[in-house]
Design a protein around this ligand. Structure first.
Ligand code: GAF
Length: 390
């Protein structure tokens, strides 16, 4: 749906013309996976796929929202004060959640509005459709209600929606990548200090291909929380052994080797090893990319994938099939899953000239082995949330 189509949908739903159209991107993560809640580095970028919202103010205290992606939910209506968490509501939980968390900071939505939303991010695909809508709503309200918040505050607010309002124990990577997105750049973010740096993504003749398993990330929340607590337990054992590290992200590989015996459990050792080494690998990957050493960059991307598959165990048959098949194709520098895992998407860095044959070959093998189609998109690295019209 283009901007015109979105405005038409707003008109069809509400019977008048929208005042403004906003956009908020999705994200891919190049490397640095499952490091953000371990105090490590991440290296994501915002992409041109995302969530669009056509908006108009109302003078009363009614909020009406509709999403083209969830037609069954129809037109949803609630009052500006009716924003406490309610398990039974549909996607409007994101609208209410953003308002609720902003309210805690003293920023109150004091009149109603109408909003029609459409996203071109495949739902539950690991490209952060949730963070995209959280930042869309946050940016709209900040602009329309003159809250005067900077983007970092909106990023933190988005994470608060996940953690405090929805009860999902996620890190800050997704909201940060989206809120702070910059065209043709990745963000190297140290999640311990929130210091960050923009790094140009110069891949020469290569592009990033997103490979979608089309497997919904079922069970992702419980498995995600399980990985997180496994890392916390491993860290607690290291600390109980007398070490002063406050996160796994503080440890070098040498520190970890020296302290592995303190963890004393095969699964916990593998989880923590991933977190520590992935963090170091992310810094090396950033260096390689900056130096234009794409071969080294690709190898580090592959190493991340291996660690996520065998040590962190967050891949599964679908992601493994895509990544393993991708790595056998000509013109591929590297491939790995991206995001939380357990389904969702993988990325591959592919020579532009090979993209068509690449997607055909990987798609054919996937269909044959998994039984249904994968989808492929070339990633355009894009800016963060913005007003498109009005
Ligand atoms: C999900 C989470 F939301 C992020 O915070 C991050 O932990 C990611 O999984 C894994 O790197 O997208």
């Amino acid at each position: 749906m283009d901007t015109q189509g979105l405005k038409q949908s707003f008109n069809d739903a509400f019977g008048y013309t929208a005042e403004r159209v906003y956009f908020s991107p999705g994200r891919i993560n190049l490397i640095g996976e499952h490091t953000d809640y371990n105090g490590g580095n991440v290296f994501p970028c915002a992409i041109s796929m995302g969530t669009y919202g056509a908006y108009a103010n109302r003078e009363d205290d009614t909020i009406r929202v509709q999403s083209a992606n969830i037609p069954d939910a129809g037109l949803i209506e609630f009052k500006t004060t009716d924003i406490a968490f309610d398990q039974s509501v549909s996607w409007d939980k994101f609208v209410r959640g953003v308002m609720f968390e902003l309210g805690k900071l003293g920023h109150t939505v004091d009149h109603g509005f109408d909003l029609f939303v459409h996203g071109d991010l495949p739902d539950a695909s690991g490209l952060s459709s949730s963070a995209s809508i959280e930042l869309l709503i946050g940016n709209i309200l900040n602009e329309e209600f003159n809250f005067g918040l900077d983007q970092l505050s909106l990023v933190k607010n988005g994470q608060a929606v996940e953690n405090d309002y929805l009860g999902l124990n996620t890190g800050i990577m997704d909201q940060f990548a989206i809120g702070m997105g910059k065209k043709d750049h990745a963000v190297l973010l140290d999640t311990n200090t929130l210091k960050y740096e923009y790094v140009p993504v110069e891949l020469g003749d290569n592009v990033v291909v997103i490979m979608n398993t089309n497997k919904r990330r079922e069970l992702v929340d419980s498995k995600y929380n399980e990985r997180r607590s496994e890392c916390e337990t491993a860290l607690a054992r290291i600390q109980a052994g007398g070490e002063g590290f406050s996160t796994l992200g503080d440890m070098t590989q040498e520190d970890f080797d020296k302290d592995t015996y303190l963890i004393d459990d095969d699964t916990l050792i593998r989880r923590a090893r991933h977190a520590v080494i992935e963090n170091q690998r992310t810094l090396r990957a950033k260096k390689a990319l900056t130096a234009g050493d794409l071969t080294e960059f690709g190898k580090l991307v592959n190493a991340s994938g291996v660690s996520l598959r065998y040590d962190y165990e967050v891949t599964g048959a679908e992601l493994d099939c895509l990544v393993q098949t991708a790595l056998k194709q000509p013109g591929v520098l590297g491939a790995r899953m991206t995001g939380a895992g357990f389904g969702g998407c993988a990325i591959a860095i592919v020579n532009q000239a090979n993209v068509a044959s690449f997607t055909k070959a990987v798609g054919d093998v996937y269909k044959q082995e998994i039984g249904y189609d994968a989808s492929f998109y070339v990633a355009n690295i894009a800016d963060g949330p913005r007003v498109l019209e009005g």
